[in-house]
Design a protein. Structure first.
Length: 242
């Protein structure tokens, strides 16, 4: 499993989640596949298991690749994350694998929006319709959002796991939130302050979510989980894209 992980992680540009039973979602999946024809996008195991027949022609890097867990304990962590945080397993797996693969998450359709909205600590809103170039540019920006913050975020998560200090954790989470608020400025070209505007991107802090819902003590000494506890940007693509 680790060999497959190592082969994919460097070239991955996003981890996707969708429900093909939702109207218009397949249109958006095909739109994304055309736009990312020469870039790899990850499919979580739970999504691929639901739709192997419909997705087969897009597998092998055209653009989708089936993701694997580099360690069995991290797959178990996704289940634990889902149970503690109170979200569907597909959502938990998306957030964990996005962190493990250092890639933005991409949620297609509106099926998972209520959960992502509840989990996020900050959002990027846009007041106008985005054209194809806007989408391409700002999905690349989302890639830099996680790349540029990953080492810091995971190092902090590792320190939290190893120290198990509630006092240190509180400062870490505050610093991470300030970092997220600064990162929002990357999206200045489309950024809109209207509270009713469409959400382009959610920021989900996996470390904050886990310790607030599951407790810091459950992380103590589990160093390998730190890789799953980054800040994950989640791009929201509406159904019906053409």
């Amino acid at each position: 499993m680790f060999a497959r992980y190592a082969a994919v992680v460097k070239n991955l540009r996003g981890v996707t989640l969708f429900d093909l039973d939702e109207e218009g979602t397949w249109d958006s999946v095909e739109w994304l596949a055309r736009r990312f024809r020469y870039r790899d996008l990850g499919l979580t195991p739970s999504v691929y298991r639901r739709y192997p027949g419909r997705l087969e022609r897009y597998m092998g890097g055209n653009p989708f690749r089936l993701l694997t867990y580099p360690l069995p304990e991290l797959e178990q962590f996704s289940k634990e994350f889902s149970s503690c945080v109170g979200v569907e397993y597909e959502v938990a797996e998306l957030l964990v694998l996005s962190s493990l693969y250092v890639s933005p998450a991409i949620a297609i359709g509106v099926r998972f929006v209520p959960q992502l909205s509840r989990l996020s600590v900050e959002v990027v809103r846009t007041c106008r319709e985005l054209d194809v170039e806007d989408w391409k540019l700002h999905m690349r920006v989302a890639d830099y959002t996680i790349l540029d913050t990953y080492e810091y975020a995971v190092s902090e998560a590792l320190r939290a796991v190893e120290s198990c200090s509630a006092e240190e954790l509180e400062k870490m989470l505050s610093d991470r939130l300030e970092s997220i608020k600064r990162d929002v400025k990357r999206y200045w070209r489309v950024l809109c302050e209207e509270p009713t505007a469409k959400v382009f991107l959610y920021y989900v802090d996996n470390l904050r979510l886990y310790v607030q819902s599951c407790g810091l003590e459950r992380l103590c000494g589990r160093s390998n989980t730190a890789a799953a506890l980054a800040v994950v940007p989640v791009v929201s693509i509406p159904p019906g894209m053409r």
